[in-house]
Design a protein around this ligand. Structure first.
Ligand SMILES: Cc1cc2nc3c(=O)[nH]c(=O)nc-3n(C[C@H](O)[C@H](O)[C@H](O)COP(=O)(O)OP(=O)(O)OC[C@H]3O[C@@H](n4cnc5c(N)ncnc54)[C@H](O)[C@@H]3O)c2cc1C
Length: 540
């Protein structure tokens, strides 16, 4: 059975980007927000460090722009960078109006405490202790829950976008909404809307080790690509240098802010090594720190390295890093007394669906915001704390653009129900879980921090086999959220591998042994993969 509903705007994803957009629109439009897990479950919830914004007298807009351009290694879109940086302050003020509480300089102080992170030449990261994302996400979610014009649908996973070409056979292609699976009742739902927005976050789960939560399976990027959206720069995957290394700590990040407050990276024998790799040592850009750690771990055959902030007074550590301190203590690690074992892990997807400054993709009626989108802000490498900022700035500009189109008076067309007639229940879930593991393992081994043509081709061969199996399984069996995510992860893997094979140089986050330097003979170029046309993808 398929149920139907219509809204003015359908937002898929309830992280910072999705909720900001919903709140910005809800006074003027009927908004639906889908989320495939609990509403708060998102990468946004786990963001620790904070949000970059120029507030300090000694800082400047030009300096923030310049730092972002340097980190982006020649591939940032300068207009996008300027637009983002110039709209940062008003975005933060809006968060404060919503009730978000940021850490002040002192108990009686009126000014906000700012931290400094890798690549930033000033202190410009506003934060809520070391749990900024939790503060932002829970505040926005409480507001959205209370708003009469926002309908929230937890545990509803978007299956595929509904498009006029594919579902109605029209020659013009525009987006009409999305089919979704209600995970709790195992029923499909047809959501129709003149405007659909993908705010589904990144794709860190395509790698074995990641700081991302389970929901980060690149669904929006894959759905958009299958529906015809062009995709850019998927080879640029940021590996966070420091995730907690402990068998019981799944995806727990040790914030870069520790290094901003003087934490040192050490080898097992206590030797400091980052000074050998970069003049900024521990505060070098993330890709350089991650590669240096990878290099040292491989050179020594070690499972992890160490991060030490124990020279700071215990009260300072407990005040600034309460969440990390508490989590480490639960695992028997006292960071006030000694170092924390850490490893690099996939952290941020710089590439995504290509959008303009209003968040529009090349598919009419479809927007993408947040980590799902490629706005040109990050170029070949994201600077720390610019991503939550991007969620806020582009959700607000998309809202402005959508609001200008209201009211939507045209009736929506009648669209066929989700066709599940050919699908029978799967007898064994093992095929799906095995393919999940295999995919994430070879992506880690062959498409990780250090790449080569051989490794990428090996990954491509394995992926082709896997995709055949996944597609056959998808055609024949009843859909589940695990199967949908696996199919999306395979599409994202294809985009990453193809983009990495296309780039014949090392730049930003993409490092390959076959072309270890920047290609300075040609102007820097984005890697663009055109959206699929639906007749090439004749799955239901
Ligand atoms: C541990 C960690 C720490 C970080 N720290 C910082 C930081 O300090 N500063 C900073 O700027 N950035 C940080 N980042 C990055 C930043 O958190 C993310 O880029 C940002 O939160 C992405 O927000 P989003 O709204 O685009 O996506 P998310 O917050 O990931 O939300 C995605 C939403 O989409 C939903 N969804 C996904 N697929 C589907 C589907 N098929 N159907 C329905 N719903 C779906 C999910 O359930 C979720 O609700 C951090 C990331 C991590 C993982």
């Amino acid at each position: 059975m398929t149920t139907h509903s219509e809204y003015d705007v359908l937002i898929i994803g309830s992280g910072t980007a999705g909720l900001t957009l919903a709140l910005q629109l809800a006074d003027d439009a009927r908004v639906a927000v889908l989320s495939k897990d609990q509403l708060k479950e998102s990468a946004s919830l786990y963001a620790q460090g904070g949000i970059s914004v120029v507030l300090d007298q000694a800082d400047s807009i030009e300096s923030h722009i310049n730092d972002t351009l340097i980190a982006g290694a020649g591939l940032c879109d300068e207009d996008s960078v300027r637009y983002t940086v110039e709209h940062a302050r008003e975005s933060i003020e809006w968060l404060i109006e919503q009730g978000v509480s940021f850490t002040k300089d002192g108990v009686t102080s009126e000014t906000y405490h700012l931290t400094q992170e890798g690549g930033h030449s000033h202190r410009r990261v506003i934060h809520s202790a070391d749990a900024t994302g939790r503060e932002v996400e829970t505040t926005l979610l409480a507001k959205a829950t209370a708003h009469h014009n926002i309908a929230l649908f937890p545990f509803h996973i978007g299956i595929d976008l509904i498009t006029s070409q594919k579902q109605l056979g029209e020659s013009d292609n525009h987006c009409l909404g999305c089919y979704a699976l209600d995970i709790k009742s195992d029923t499909t739902h047809q959501f129709l809307a003149p405007i659909t927005v993908l705010a589904t976050g990144g794709a860190g789960k395509v790698y074995l080790y990641t700081s991302n939560p389970d929901v980060s399976t690149g669904d929006g990027i894959a759905m958009g690509w299958r529906a015809g959206c062009d995709v850019a720069n998927m080879e640029f995957v940021q590996f966070h240098p420091t995730c907690l290394y402990h068998p019981k700590a799944k995806s727990f990040l040790i914030s870069e802010a520790l290094r901003g407050e003087g934490a040192k990276l050490l080898l097992g024998n206590g030797e400091r090594f980052m000074t050998r790799f970069h003049e900024q040592a521990e505060l070098a850009p993330r890709d350089i720190v991650a590669r240096a750690i990878d290099h040292e771990m491989k050179r020594l055959g070690d499972d992890c390295i160490y991060l030490d902030i124990s020279h700071q007074p215990p009260e300072f550590i407990e005040l600034h890093f309460p969440t990390i301190h508490q989590r480490c203590l639960e695992l028997g690690i006292d960071m006030t007394k000694g170092p924390i074992p850490v490893v690099p892990a996939a952290h941020y997807t710089c590439g995504g669906l290509i959008t303009d400054q209003q968040g529009q993709t090349n598919l009419s009626g479809l927007y993408a915001i947040g980590e799902t989108a490629h706005t040109g802000l990050h170029g070949a490498n994201r600077m720390a704390s610019n991503s939550l900022l991007e969620c806020l700035v582009y959700a607000r500009s998309a809202a402005q653009h959508i609001r200008a189109q209201l009211p939507f008076n045209q009736p929506l067309p009648v669209v066929p129900d989700w066709d599940a007639s050919r699908a029978k229940p799967a007898k064994e879930a093992i095929a799906i879980s095995h393919n999940w593991d295999e995919l994430r393992r070879f992506m880690w081994d062959y498409v990780g921090i250090v790449r080569s043509n051989d490794r990428l081709n090996r990954a491509q061969r394995r992926l082709t086999l896997l995709q055949q199996e996944i597609n056959a399984f998808y055609q024949q069996h009843h859909i589940t959220s695990d199967l949908l995510e696996l199919r999306n992860l395979a599409d994202v893997a294809e985009l990453i591998i193809q983009s990495a094979l296309t780039r014949k140089e090392s730049r930003g986050l993409h490092y390959t042994l076959d072309y270890p330097t920047l290609n300075s003979e040609q102007p820097a170029q984005n890697t663009v993969i055109a959206g699929k046309s639906w007749d090439r993808d004749n799955t239901p």
